[in-house]
Design a binder for this molecule. Structure first.
Ligand SMILES: NC(=O)c1ccc[n+]([C@@H]2O[C@H](COP(=O)([O-])OP(=O)(O)OC[C@H]3O[C@@H](n4cnc5c(N)ncnc54)[C@H](O)[C@@H]3O)[C@@H](O)[C@H]2O)c1
Ligand SMILES: [Zn+2]
Ligand SMILES: [Zn+2]
Length: 394
């Protein structure tokens, strides 16, 4: 089959690789019909190379048609249409039954002390072959994949694998009071969807902050109060306060993560690390703080006293410095983590099947064949051509 493989810093290639096969009785094989490109893939593209091997198959946002089921699978049959959550969770352990699928105790990666394994996401998360491929082996066939109806286009469902549950959890964790205010830092796919879900769930003021004009325009067209970080610089904090009665938003969602703009020293450190031999780079990444923390610091500064920070952007350093004095003094609540995809499925399924209040069908900006993945990675990273969400059609 053909798959998108990592081949080095800023290098992905579509290669022919062996087809996956059923290995465990509860495995299924899915023929991928649509698979997303995510901001999380960009961290692998540029920064987290030390944790990948050449040839690793990328991707964690896959849906398609069940081609084959292991002998222990009774919940699905070949021909069913499914979405595949990005967390690899068993559905039956202590964490899974509590809705903490990103901490699944059956798939936690003990070698690195991390939570549940993920599709296509480095040795830190199990080095499991990913979904930017023609075929995907999916374990826990009875409890992990979610069947969706035949008929509506894939765009209706594919965001259930990551974007929708991640944004839903970010808004849930933000705890915006009814009619209250929330600022979303970053208007990539995750931040954009956070603004839509926050408005849908009753926030009174939704502020979106980014520095890419097309992304700001796109949010503005849906009624978001947008602030251009590129133009405002640090005055963005003051601008957010002006929109919220002088106090600052009740909650701030960080949908940016470790590669934030505005952190020149950390940018240089990340560049340097990505040039070091893997073993050395991995040690450095896991011992010191190498994240670009600009967005997180903005969030701490901007949120109102007694407010909540909800962090869905991914960070990777072990000892990143945080402004604890301010966080303590402002009495902040901080919630964060990898999305528990299945936890939110019953909230989200009706929103993509009954009407389309979140605009999922028009959400993707680009649909491209898998063969064009290398150019699509480049475009998405450089934020060219208005690219916000790229979907591959294997
Ligand atoms: N928690 C989870 O389960 C989960 C799931 C998916 C993605 N993520 C993470 O969420 C983050 C966003 O993902 P995405 O797909 O939307 O990625 P993206 O890279 O397309 O979006 C990030 C956006 O942030 C903007 N930005 C950069 N610096 C900024 C700053 N200082 N202030 C405000 N905005 C800034 C960029 O211009 C960009 O538009 C990534 O870190 C990704 O890894 C987390
Ligand atoms: Zn993703
Ligand atoms: Zn589990």
């Amino acid at each position: 089959m053909k798959a998108v493989t990592w081949q080095g810093r800023r290098t992905v290639e579509v290669r022919s690789v062996p087809d996956p096969r059923i290995e465990e009785p509860t495995d299924i094989l899915v023929e991928i019909t649509t698979t997303g490109l995510c901001g999380s893939d960009l961290h692998l593209y540029e920064v987290l190379g030390a944790f990948l091997d050449e040839g690793d198959i990328l991707g964690h946002e896959a849906m398609g048609i069940v081609r084959e089921t292991g002998p222990g699978v009774h919940a699905l049959t070949p021909g069913d249409r499914v979405i595949v959550p990005f967390n690899i969770s068993c559905g039956t352990c202590f964490m899974c039954v509590r809705g903490l699928q990103s901490q699944c105790e059956t798939t936690q990666v003990h070698a690195y002390g991390t939570g549940a394994a993920l599709f296509g996401y480095t040795k830190l998360y199990g080095q499991v072959p990913g979904g930017q491929a023609e075929l995907l082996r999916v374990p826990f066939g009875n409890t992990l994949p979610v069947a969706v109806p035949h008929g509506p286009p894939d765009d209706r469902f594919v965001l259930l694998t990551d974007v929708l549950p991640t944004a839903w959890q970010a808004v849930e964790y933000a705890g915006v009071p009814p009619g209250g205010s929330v600022a979303v830092l970053g208007l990539g796919p995750i931040g954009d969807m956070c603004t839509r879900i926050a408005a849908h769930r009753g926030a009174g003021t939704v502020i979106g902050i980014d520095l890419v004009p097309e992304r700001l325009d796109r949010a503005k067209r849906r009624g978001v109060d947008v602030l251009d970080l590129g133009r405002l610089g640090s005055r963005v904090v003051e601008a957010a306060r002006e929109l919220t009665g002088g106090r600052g938003p009740c909650a701030v969602i960080d949908a940016v993560g470790m590669e934030a703009h505005g952190s020149p020293a950390a940018t240089a450190a990340q560049r340097m690390t990505s040039l070091l031999p893997d073993a050395l780079a991995a040690r450095l990444m896991s011992r010191v703080g190498l994240d670009r923390l600009h967005a997180l610091h903005l969030a701490v500064d901007m949120v109102r006293r007694g407010g909540t920070l909800s962090v869905s952007g991914v960070y990777g350093g072990m000892t990143d410095p945080l402004p604890l004095l301010t966080m303590f003094d402002k009495q902040l609540t901080v919630r964060m983590g990898q999305a528990n995809v299945l936890r939110w499925m019953s909230d989200l399924l009706p929103l993509v099947t009954d009407g389309d209040p979140l605009g999922v069908e028009q959400f993707a900006t680009h649909h491209v064949p898998l063969a064009e993945a290398p150019a699509a990675y480049e475009m998405f990273q450089a934020k060219q051509d208005g690219a916000v969400k790229v979907l591959f059609r294997p």
